[in-house]
Design a protein. Structure first.
Length: 196
């Protein structure tokens, strides 16, 4: 019954689905599940290795007619040929265009270790057990300028209320091993009013 009161679901079959559900405190569902019409918010898993669940792609247009707030969690980009930004573009072609409120920053060895918030340009460093927020430097702000302007244009009409209304979809990078993206996804989940 609690799922009906606070209906938050993870969509998409991937090896990480169970772990992601636990990390984010949401139930898993299939896109053809009748319970989905009661959803407050859903998270769609998009993997750079396995793509998006074909059933999600096949039923996407019907699902989107419900205007359920949706987040895309991009996974498996750490060591692949496809990075977060590339996968966000692929999601845009497979489902519909997404907005990226965060970009991934990499350590010298190439591993993704931090996120930069495009709105306030604060960096959240996930490289150690202690998650740290630090101000960005001038070179970071120059690198993200185009992405920041793109996000500002997307939010011009109504800010993140557009997400709450199911009109725009944020794509957020997620790495289970160091929790990169978990707090950021939860911030979007918290924008949705709880029915409990």
């Amino acid at each position: 019954m609690a799922d009906l009161i606070n209906a938050r679901f993870l969509l998409g079959i991937s090896p990480e689905s169970e772990q992601i559900s636990k990390l984010l405190g949401v139930a898993t569902a299939k896109i053809d599940d009748p319970l989905l019409i009661t959803a407050d918010v859903v998270i769609v898993v998009a993997s750079t290795k396995s793509g998006i669940d074909p059933k999600v792609v096949a039923h996407w247009q019907t699902f989107r007619e419900l205007y359920i707030p949706t987040i895309v969690a991009v996974v498996n980009f750490e060591d692949g040929d496809v990075d977060f930004e590339d996968m966000s573009a692929i999601v845009g072609k497979m489902l519909e265009p997404v907005v990226t409120p965060y970009l991934v920053l990499h350590a010298e060895d190439g591993k993704p270790t931090a996120l930069i918030n495009l709105e306030d340009q604060i960096i959240t460093d996930y490289s150690s057990n202690q998650i740290v927020k630090i101000p960005s430097e001038h070179e970071h702000r120059e690198l993200i300028l185009e992405f920041k302007e793109e996000l500002e244009n997307a939010l011009q009409e109504g800010g993140w209320e557009q997400f709450v209304a199911g009109l725009i979809i944020p794509a957020i990078p997620l790495i289970i091993s160091n929790n990169l993206g978990v707090a950021e996804i939860k911030q979007f989940l918290n924008l949705i009013p709880s029915r409990s």
